[in-house]
Write a protein that binds this ligand. Structure first.
Ligand code: SF4
Ligand code: SF4
Length: 474
């Protein structure tokens, strides 16, 4: 068994000189594998379909950075909505911290695109074309021949085609599907920037998912490094029960023996090439392959499953004892709730038309001449169209206010506001003086934004605003 023992002083995927050791993870079947396959299929479907879905007339998820506009599940944002995006980004970061503090690297093993695409697409194609782990290793070690070349050419052609599909889907999130369709139909010279991005991104996907693989997780990904900060001994991880497993077979001559038969099956299936029996490690992406592999061995040996399982370091050290939950997860939860609360409040108060009314500083009011006893209030308005579509804007006096003698005049208001545009205009409100008590009073006005394309009642957004009036103190 000693020759199968992994090195202690270096990664299992590099030799003493730092050169890559190519891994050939064996296939595994089992409880977690089935569930991960189902979830990965759903996630891939969502990734491919989301840019083509429409919610509220817009792409379900659009991050149009060049034009500084964003659509997230029916809500449209512009660059000036940065505070809202801070809540979104903060919420995502806190979700990751909270989930990691409780469930460890569940993200890496179950939902990270790196794992999902390599596991469910690239390795499957490789298995289909080159065979299982042993056959793949033999093929790589064999000298070049026509059949080997044919297999490699077919594999890399398929990898390349899939990388193209993935990069196009990814770009659709940033330029929109309509623009993507146009780009695909036109010559590369018409969109050199996007073409270059697409070419580079396709190359990066091919390089990463096709060749770099676990090296990204173990060498590049910063999240793997964060985990040691975010996790503690109460975080759930994939763990080996050394109390039960040790001493493993072949290590205690004639003495008591644990349940581990030292078959190395858990190592053979590991996509990062580690031996989980050495404890939780930075390279472990919690993919659960070793759990399924070991459970299969235990079933064959008619021993209880779960020698490798989901568990916490604290429970392994003191089985049955319950430690109070660490403070950090409550802090992450509080910060996450604050971000979600802030986002919900901001989104809830959001209207198609954002407006600001500021009393005209030079002449906030005038007493109109004659015996009508009327006051004129002057407001400066700033109106901003927060949707992606052009809107016409109308300011209405509700019937109740009209009945009290309120009339308005609006000047300098543009006939329509383009998506994301803002305009300044003047609003003059004429009211009978009797509506003011000791120089103060208020009325309500309706600010109506109407979708220029549809003109339908349903496409109308009405914001009712209370406007405070001023006049002479009588
Ligand atoms: S698969 Fe289970 S029994 Fe085999 S070496 Fe790993 S822990 Fe031991
Ligand atoms: S140790 Fe187990 S859970 Fe961790 S990466 Fe390897 S196979 Fe996956």
């Amino acid at each position: 068994m000693a020759d199968r023992e992994l090195p202690i002083a270096r990664l299992a995927t590099t030799d003493d000189d730092g050169h890559r050791i190519w891994l050939y993870p064996a296939d595994v079947k089992g409880f977690f594998r089935r569930r991960r396959t189902a979830l990965q299929a759903i996630l891939i479907l969502v990734f491919l379909a989301l840019p083509w879905l429409r919610i509220g007339g817009h792409q379900a998820l659009l991050l149009d950075v060049p034009n500084r506009r964003f659509a997230i599940f029916g809500i449209t944002f512009w660059a000036h909505d940065a505070p809202m995006l801070i809540f979104v980004a903060g919420g995502a970061a806190m979700t990751l911290a909270f989930v990691t503090a409780i469930w460890g690297r569940a993200w890496c093993g179950w939902a990270c695109p790196q794992t999902v695409f390599i596991d469910s697409v690239f390795r499957r194609i490789e298995n289909w074309i080159e065979g299982d782990a042993v056959t793949r290793r033999r093929l790589d070690e064999a000298p070049w021949s026509l059949p080997k070349f044919a297999r490699k050419a077919l594999k890399w052609s398929l990898f390349g085609s899939i990388s193209l599909v993935l990069s196009h889907s990814f770009l659709a999130y940033f330029v929109g599907t309509a623009a993507l369709e146009k780009m695909v139909a036109s010559a590369p010279s018409d969109n050199p920037g996007s073409f270059l991005f697409m070419a580079l991104f396709t190359g990066a996907v091919l390089f990463d998912f096709g060749w770099f693989r676990e090296q990204f997780c173990t060498i590049v990904c910063p999240y793997g490094r964060f985990q040691s900060v975010l996790m503690d001994d109460q975080s759930v991880a994939v763990v080996y029960d050394a109390r039960r497993g040790e001493p493993r077979r072949g290590t205690s001559a004639g003495g008591p023996q644990g349940d581990c038969v030292n078959c190395y099956r858990c190592v053979q299936v590991c996509p990062t090439g580690i031996d989980i029996r050495r404890g939780v490690q930075l390279e472990c992406i919690a993919c659960t392959a070793c759990i399924d592999a070991c459970d299969e061995v235990m079933r064959r040996l008619k021993k209880p499953e779960g020698l490798i399982r989901y568990g916490t370091a604290a429970a392994l050290a003191n089985p049955g004892s319950e430690k109070p939950k660490s403070l950090r997860r409550w802090i992450y939860l509080a910060l996450l709730s604050a971000c979600l609360g802030g986002l919900a409040l901001t989104v809830h108060g959001r209207t198609t038309l954002a407006l600001q009314l500021i009393r005209a500083p030079e002449a906030p009011y005038q007493e109109l001449p004659g015996d009508t006893h009327e006051i004129l209030n002057h407001y400066k308005m700033e109106l901003r169209n927060q949707s992606f579509d052009s809107q016409t804007v109308e300011i209405r006096v509700p019937p109740a206010e009209a009945g009290r003698g309120v009339t308005i005049v609006v000047s300098n208001l543009a006939p329509s506001l383009g998506g994301g545009e803002s305009e300044r205009a003047d609003l003059f409100i004429r009211v009978p003086r009797k509506l003011l008590t000791q120089g103060k009073g208020s009325i309500h006005l309706e600010f109506v934004a109407r979708d220029e394309q549809s003109h339908s009642q349903a496409a109308e957004s009405v914001t009712v605003k209370e406007v405070r009036l001023v006049g002479p103190y009588l």
